[in-house]
Design a binder for this molecule. Sequence first.
Ligand code: COA
Length: 276
Amino acid sequence: MSESLEVVARSVVRRWIDEEGLDRGLLDAVADELCAALGGATTVMVDDGTGAALAVLDGSRAWCVGLDARESDNETALVATLCARAAQRGASRLLSGGPARWYLRSGVSSGERERAWVAAHARVIATHWDLWVDPRGVAMPAHDVEPVASRADCEQIASWLEAEFSVAWAHEVRWAFARGAVFAARDAGEWVAVAAHSGHCAAAGTFGPLATRERARGRGHGARVARAALASAAERGFARVCVPWVDREVVRLYEGLARVEARAERVLYAVDLLGR
Ligand SMILES: CC(C)(COP(=O)(O)OP(=O)(O)OC[C@H]1O[C@@H](n2cnc3c(N)ncnc32)[C@H](O)[C@@H]1OP(=O)(O)O)[C@@H](O)C(=O)NCCC(=O)NCCS
């Protein structure tokens, strides 16, 4: 990894920590994890005196990992420059957050930085919630859930997630597996539900993905695997985990499992870069 990429990555992590009100002591651990994830990725960055910005190229899409504007007025300039650089590198869309394995955030907070994205003619792709949940006191289910212990099982689950949901979830579950943090349920020999923690930004306390196969929904599998992952996060000392990308109708599932301490509405914007 180049020295300049590392400088930009640290700068966007520092800004993210300040904006999220996280402990500054997390800086090195999160930045090291991000830098490790970025090794081998194609990146586009800006470090131009107005601040820093970083995006990862993934096929025709570019994902904005973070911005660190020295003054809020500079955010518009940073987003515009990031768009121009991503377009030069062949990207057709720049998205305002996640969800590939490198992300710090799932989108832009409502009211914050939206001006910069609107100025870049971004359109809203989705709005959703990031929740901060206190996992302490969640009981580990006694049956019908197992910790995923073998790589072969993890790969079966990752293939299912990739086929039915996204490559990002497959990545996330593999990273969580490396940390012994994947819990799943089977039915008739097939994995039907999975929940994980620590699949990205592990030092900061993160949860996800959570999924149940469509045919097995509404039978308690989702709640059970989620409880197992939350209880495991609490056992590792986390008093708070961030659950990103929660659709409005799934918020109440989490509210039924644990205390939701805080929430932020996020907007996923996309800037069309073709013709720029
Ligand atoms: C969300 C999901 C994992 C729930 O799985 P599930 O196995 O059907 O969940 P459960 O049967 O354990 O239900 C748990 C509770 O959540 C509620 N619930 C689950 N999914 C819901 C949904 N999509 N909308 C509203 N409520 C839902 C159930 O009604 C239940 O509440 P109850 O105990 O009061 O009846 C599943 O719908 C899914 O895979 N969705 C697509 C992926 C997704 O959105 N993941 C969450 C990412 S944050």
